[in-house]
Ligand binder design. Sequence first.
Ligand code: HPA
Ligand code: ZN
Length: 340
Amino acid sequence: MTTPDMEAFVRGMPKAELHVHVEGTLEPEMRLRLAERNGIELPYATAGELAASYEYQDLASFLALYFSGMDVLQTERDFYDLTYAYLQRMHGQNVVYTEMHFDPQAHTSRGIAFDTVIKGIRRAQEAAWAELEVRSQLILGILRDMSAESALETLEQSLPHKDWIVGVGLDSDEKGNPPVKFREVFDRSRAEGYRLTMHCDHLQENSVQHIRQCLDVIGVDRIDHGYHVLDDDDLIEDMRCRQVCLTFCTTSNPSNPAPRRAAELKRALELGLNVTVNTDDPAYMRSYYMNEVLQNTQQAVGLTREQVAELARNAFRSAWIGEEEREAFVGAVDGYVGGS
Ligand code: HPA
Ligand code: ZN
């Protein structure tokens, strides 16, 4: 059971998020509001009806919902509103630092300019820093079910905005789209100074092989999800030595219910892996943001306070920030744990 004490402990702790898709924070209320503003008809009249329609069985059916939700995002102001709302919510949850994926190809393929997307997001990041002291950075998400040529084109589009982007990630449908398909674009990304991460989702084909490609062929700095590390003893040993961060997302979903994810997380922690807790696409996952996910995970497997604090430290230690800032964040967690 989560005690009220433990809930308050989680709530008050300074936290970081390393795996969230900003388009996955589009809450039903905002989706309706933007649809109206942009003259788009949605087949649902209320936020409750929209939320009730968010049913999926696997990654492919989830992605169909996620991409169709984005149709209402049209103008710079829409991207601003979306991003600011997420960062404001993070402020309310003591998430002081977040690294957000965004998916430019999902917008440029609808005729929305790369510049429109990134300028709206960036203005919101600047406002949230100035007004709320929530610090955030952007990860350019490459859609792996599109071609390597399209990925390279997207990378090119990002270069004039290089100072606004910290890393490049790989997301969308993993089936038939292994990490090596994007070797060239990730090599170029690294040469441009970007940090690298890739999704290795749950219940995909060749999961262990894909994680191996990430580590040994691409040379990623981080792996998003990556639960299947736990299937292979050699991988476990390698990940323990290298301390490559795994960004687990422990919100329940139909193919991988919360207790199982929480058990995987606990096992990863106990094995000494560098694992973190994240929310991925909270608006499509019952609006569970960081505090809800951490509290539910803690409760499901009885994590100790020290384990919960270790999850927060892991996130700050693995964030793509300078050493001074990192020390300040980790120090804030230590101070919080010591004083509570
Ligand atoms: N996996 C792959 N693609 C995604 C995800 C995910 O969890 N969320 C948004 N795009
Ligand atoms: Zn994700």
